[in-house]
Design a protein around this ligand. Sequence first.
Ligand code: DGL
Length: 264
Amino acid sequence: MSDLRPIGLLDSGVGGLSVLREVRRLLPAEHLCYVADQANLPYGTRPAPELRLLVERIVRFLIAQECKLIVIACNAASAAALHHLRTQFPELPFVGMEPAVKPAAERTRSGAIGVLTTQTTAQGALYANALSRFANGVRVVTQVCPQLVALVEQGAPEGESAQRIVAECLAPLQAAEVDHVVLGCTHFPFLIPHIQAVLGESVSIIDPAPAVARQVYRVLETRQMLNDASSTGDMRFFTSGNPMQFSHVASRLLGVPIQASPLH
Ligand code: DGL
């Protein structure tokens, strides 16, 4: 039996597209429904109770679109709301994000790793847990950088001023001589070329999105909810912000034409 219902994904903005891209690569037959809550961006500076309400509203929209699984493609939203959502909607599988401290801590040779993230994620229990489970004996430099979220919302432009913003965020990580940098915000994979240009090739950057896509696959497979079609699935995009602006930036980031609809 093939389950034709879509997979839902949500983020404050275009960041979750870094996760959508990996889900698409791994599961091309699946229909995808993506929501950007750009009217309320940024999420990463909001208190958790407020974020829970915002995220629950989007989840209800995705449920109305008959989504069979929802990816909280946002570290801040996962930190604030994942536990709450699993309690609130016990029938629905959720896949969330947390900073990938484990692989970085396992692989470091310098004994120092960096985590680029936002405030809500840095203060959340998921991150505290990941640190206490996996970071023993490793120095972790947590760098909160909302400027990078804003940069990606502008389409991750190249050029000197963007490069300067990225370099400023990375300065404390360079000073600590980290050899791994964990991307703890789904916006940041779109800045990998900028980050690598500052840090050089000797520093490894960890984007958790491919692992999240594999987790989506495992959950769907276990529940026998995969779409077995041999054709490519549809992708639908919604934003609570400006659909033209979203479409423009998303098309640039994903390298394919995208047309978003307003979220009512
Ligand atoms: N993309 C989101 C994350 O992964 C946060 C961006 C924001 O602050 O809105 O945390």
